[in-house]
Design a protein around this ligand. Sequence first.
Ligand SMILES: [Zn+2]
Length: 224
Amino acid sequence: MLRLRTTDECEEIALEARAEVGLQPEDRLDPKILAEHLAIRVKPLDSYKSTLPGSVQHLTVDARSAFSAVTVYRGRRRLIVYNPAHSSRRHVNTIAHELAHVLLEHEPTKLFDENGHRIWIPGDEAEADYLAGALLVPLSAVVPVMDQVGENLVDSAEHFGVSETLMQHRVWFAEDPAWRRRMVELGGLANGKWGISDELTPRPGVSRSDNHGGEGASLKPPLD
Ligand SMILES: [Zn+2]
């Protein structure tokens, strides 16, 4: 496995990716535009309604909290399918998380092992969670934007088009370097105390699937 990146490295990757689509750190990122730049198609799950009506009904209505997004790899081609039943701000975070896996060159995996257990690589997920937040709200932009909107969390979240939860996390990281120091080795996030969760509905034939239970990042800074 590749060495896990530090939070500073993730911030650098985020700024480079944003610059490639002409964005300054303070600008709002539309992850679909970054996906297009990376030649990754993005489709809502309900675009498969005619071919997979039962699955679409299940994942968008009956068990819509069970599935956020999946990235399908076919040779060099990649496709992100996301759950349209979630809010638009959750889509933003979900798609950014999937793009983060690609930017970090995480190895695609099967969804399940031979015993039917979910294959989950905690270090990869922690990195992708952190990079998703950095892509959407670069740390270097937090203070300037908060100043611009009068320290208002709701307005700053609106500025970046993200959930208030994610914005709150980014403010915490910007204001208190101690939390980021504790994240220097992102693999440390894998021990569960950061609240990374994964509840998935089995879906065969895909390469990577993520479920993020909230409107914002699934990365939750410790409160102790
Ligand atoms: Zn993931």
